[in-house]
Design a protein around this ligand. Structure first.
Ligand SMILES: CC(C)(COP(=O)(O)OP(=O)(O)OC[C@H]1O[C@@H](n2cnc3c(N)ncnc32)[C@H](O)[C@@H]1OP(=O)(O)O)[C@@H](O)C(=O)NCCC(=O)NCCS
Length: 260
């Protein structure tokens, strides 16, 4: 057989296998949304995310499981937990804590990292916000890179961490969280809705910058793309002053924390 035909046959069989596996895992609608997302992201380089806002007095807190210790991690703890299999963390993320504009709030179980979320203050680099730089008002933090370890999922830790972090940050004057969730991440969207986030609208972005910005988000004081550059420049200047290199996420071999 012509080798190129044989290769084409293998590719189609591989594709059929992948579609079958995905349909078994996520159902027909999950397969369709995954295919649509692939067309958007790979074909048109467009990212589509829900912009969500949580206000301190709107939090629908899940009862906290007392067996978990919930607190902010130090930079050395982040570096240490980065070696825990499946954590989705990389050691250089500890630098983000040292820098002073990022925090990592975690649920720990007998010394194991069960769940965590990162929080960015004042500004966010494009690589952590669907490719769009963000500027934030001082009373708001951007919640990203949320991840619950596979063996702890489904125990509402994501909601418990969010509620607990916001409660602690209120003392510092931070009363709002903003989060991005990709339009096709249904479980994360359900989890956010359950904890009291409200939808401000959809952000559509290409690598060159935002295509559509939700008006409600701008009214809340969030700045996108070029408008956020002055705040972002302050963050990058601080990086340089600390002698830190920019720390992007290193995708782990098991399952990465998703920024959205
Ligand atoms: C999204 C995520 C942080 C939720 O964490 P969590 O602490 O398990 O949160 P919850 O207990 O509220 O569960 C949320 C949803 O996860 C799904 N879920 C529950 N148990 C699960 C399990 N064992 N394995 C996989 N998903 C599970 C369910 O769909 C659940 O929603 P539902 O109860 O409405 O069906 C977690 O699934 C995760 O780390 N996902 C990978 C990274 C990611 O997508 N981050 C989102 C960034 S916004």
């Amino acid at each position: 057989m012509d080798p190129s035909l044989e290769q084409a046959g293998d590719t189609s069989l591989g594709l059929i296998g992948r579609i079958r596996d995905r349909t078994a895992a996520t159902g027909v609608s999950g397969t369709i949304t995954a295919a649509l997302n692939r067309i958007l992201v790979k074909g048109a380089s467009i990212s589509l995310v829900h912009v969500l806002l949580l206000e301190a007095d709107q939090v629908l807190a899940a009862p906290t499981d007392a067996s978990f210790e919930m607190r902010f991690l130090t930079s050395d703890e982040v570096r240490r937990y980065a070696t825990q299999r499946g954590s989705g963390l990389s050691p250089d993320l500890g630098d983000r804590i040292d820098h002073g504009l990022d925090l990592c709030f975690a649920a720990l179980s007998e010394g194991r990292l069960a769940s965590y979320s990162w929080l960015a203050l004042r500004s966010v680099e494009p690589e952590h916000a669907a490719g769009v730089a963000l500027g934030l008002p001082p009373y708001m933090a951007y919640l990203y890179k949320a991840c619950t370890h596979r063996s702890f999922r489904g125990r509402r830790l994501y909601g418990a961490i969010t509620a607990s972090a916001l409660k602690q940050l209120e003392k510092m004057g931070i009363t709002h969280f903003v989060a991005f969730v990709y339009w096709n991440n249904a479980s994360a969207l359900r989890a956010c809705t359950r904890m009291g986030y409200r939808r401000l609208g959809m952000l559509a972005a290409r690598p060159s910058g935002p295509l559509h910005v939700p008006k409600a988000a701008r009214l809340c004081g969030i700045r996108f793309g070029a408008e956020a550059q002055p705040q972002l420049a302050m963050r990058l200047g601080r990086d340089a002053a600390f002698g830190l290199r920019p720390s992007g996420p290193k995708r782990s071999d098991v399952e990465p924390a998703r920024d959205h």
